[in-house]
Design a protein around this ligand. Sequence first.
Ligand code: HEM
Length: 513
Amino acid sequence: MQTSKLRPVLQAVSVFNNARYVTSVNNVMPNVTESIQPLKSWDEIPGPSKLPIISSLHHFLPMGSFYKIDGYELLDKLYKTYGPITRLPGLFGSPDIVILYDAESIAYVLRSENLTPKRPGFQSLEHYRKEYKKKYGKETHEITGLVTDHDEKWKTLRSTVNPVLLQPKTAKLYSNILDDVANDMIKRMRLIRDENNMLKGDLGTEMNLWALESIGVVALGDRLNCFDPNLPADSPVRKLIQIVHDFFAVADKLDFKPSLWRIFPTKSYKRAMKLYEDQENLNKYFIQKATEVLKTKRVDKESENEKGILEKLLEINEHYAYLMASDLLFAGVDTAANTVIPTLYLLAKNPEKQNKLREEILSGSEKRPYLKACIKEAMRIMPVVSGNLRQTSKEYNILGYHIPKHSMLTFANQHVSMMECHYPRPNEYIPERWIADKEDPLYHGNAHPFAFMPFGFGTRSCIGRRIAELEMETFVARVVENFQIDWFGEPLKQHQSALNYAKGPFNFTFKDV
Ligand code: HEM
């Protein structure tokens, strides 16, 4: 065993794993968690200073140290300036956020919050579903959706839909149809290639079409036909494509950037409310259509195992079936598309890895560990979700600081998974680390178990994980089987908003193999 090579890595991990400073005030965990120094207060947590009224705004204005910096760069600068726990003062009435870059502290909070974890995020959508609709006399329900509910309401919905969505055999049910979607997308890519083997349209839009068509078969049980070149501009499918696209953009403006919408109805707020309403109506249209089709098919069904997600949920609770189909249609599109683009990019930039993957695919083996490893490694380096959030339900002592109940904690997952102490040679695309054995210094098990969490953690983790993995593996395999992927010019960049979006120009070429 190459212990000498591992030692620096393990030493570095232990610096971050300083568990003595991590305690939950309500939980007594003597041996490992007792702080040896008096706790410092919330206000003493390092971070940009605050001024009366404008809070920390001056840091983001010209001459300020964070002017024109956001996304990964901002979190990186905060980490380098203030360390593994940083407090970012809230703007325009929004609360301060504490950012954690320490895997052990993150683990402690996530484990302690794991019964009914609260993940605030899409607050404008929550406002639409819970308050706006009531105000305008529209029909409302106690339970509004996985993304927007919390506590007992969330638990009721999640525990009902978990058995339907998380069973491995449910995801398997869709493998053939998802493969049909992937093959149709390959045909479309051939059709829209120019003489230089580049796609004529925008690759980001194309990947969104693939992702929507894929999630459509899961959420609605049938093909949406997003690839139809003759779709009229005002067709419901085109509208759905547009709405899914605009959805995260408005949510980003209202929920993830400083915004005054909570104080008065801004232009973006009005736009968002209209968009959420349109989305709701369109979802109703598609779900109703899918339900009618299912009714005609049901007599042919021989066994329970053949029933799809929508069908099973409709039998349990019609309202829940509608909520889930809506949430899948919005949570499953941009996420999958913006994971596949970086994966193809990293394979293009690492031709030897691409060839190795092609060999595995062409071998026809049913098990494809290298394919899984290639996608996982892309999610480590260029994740679509850069971090996660919890609102604490209790007090904590973290890294020597007191964290009061109801605080907003952000976990800088993207940073943690790029730390040398967890993943040696962190900037290199090395899918092998995910399949290496224990003796190998690259072995992924040497990392802190909370250093890589692309789908979140625990009871609130991504309910679409199995579906997303199946979709992405099916499509990436078909692309690599059919095309030699190359990239030229400047590296691919990501633009961080509510999600990390791959940003054009997309300098891919797809040559037939
Ligand atoms: C690469 C693709 C995807 C990634 C990286 C991803 C990541 C995540 C993450 C990080 C969370 C938050 C988990 C937490 O708070 O611990 C989440 C939640 C969620 N995801 Fe995904 N996701 C992906 C694809 C999908 C797909 C395809 C669907 C739909 C089929 C989906 C549906 C959801 C839903 C409904 C939630 C909210 C769960 C809850 O609060 O109970 N996601 N996802």
